[in-house]
Design a protein around this ligand. Structure first.
Ligand code: IMP
Length: 195
């Protein structure tokens, strides 16, 4: 029988990513919406790992079934790790364009070697017995000087990897090196080893 897992998100893009990697392992992934759970827990943690655990625990308490939750964001060294866990609502808005403008403005005059940054993703998996397992993935790069590229979302247009922005990578190229791709493959490895 397939192990059914609830993904603590109703974002169709995330659902597809998780399905692509976990369904070949015999898991069936359903969104929290499909599971009939309509709640968005406050992300009050100070780390991505804490926030993914908060989301996963809330859903597990209700559903009492295996749950996966993720949390991610961008850490910029010259800004002391900002926007960090506030990435999605940086500057009090959900507008990606404004997020990128704020970052570029704050980094005006900061030289290339000090523009280091990374995307971080944490995934918490709660198994059928309530055991918690956390997987982290990091994607290192630098903040550029203007927006570039049409792919991706969020901070991708200003996040440079080598000579291109992560919005100039194809989805396949990005998945192969991204924070979420790495954390997701760690989770897949764990699930396949503990079936
Ligand atoms: P959440 O994990 O859905 O809470 O999203 C966190 C926020 O981090 C997003 O809204 C984006 O602003 C940013 N973020 C996370 N991963 C990426 C990425 O791969 N590219 C660009 N921005 C990202």
């Amino acid at each position: 029988m397939k192990t059914e897992m609830i993904l603590a998100s109703s974002n169709p893009h995330k659902l597809r990513e998780f399905r692509e990697i976990l369904e070949p392992l015999g898991c069936r992934i359903i969104s929290q919406h499909e599971a009939g759970i309509d709640l968005e827990p406050d992300e009050t943690g100070e780390t991505f790992a804490e926030n993914s655990a908060i989301k996963a625990r809330k859903i597990f308490e209700i559903a009492k079934r295996p749950v996966i939750a993720d949390d991610s964001g961008l850490e910029i060294d010259a800004l002391g790790g900002e926007p960090g866990v506030h990435s999605a609502r940086y500057g009090g808005t959900r507008d990606d364009k404004i997020h990128n403008e704020i970052v570029l403005k704050k980094l005006e005059g900061v030289p290339d070697e000090k523009r280091t940054a990374r995307f971080v993703a944490a995934i918490t998996y709660i198994d059928e017995n309530g055991g918690e397992h956390c997987f982290l993935g990091k994607f290192e790069g630098r903040i550029g000087y203007s927006e570039r590229g049409e792919n991706g979302f969020g901070y991708d247009p200003i996040f440079m990897v080598g000579g291109v922005s992560s919005a100039e990578l194809s989805p396949e190229e990005k998945n192969a090196v991204s924070h979420r791709g790495k954390a997701l493959r760690e989770l897949a490895k764990f699930i396949s080893e503990n079936k």
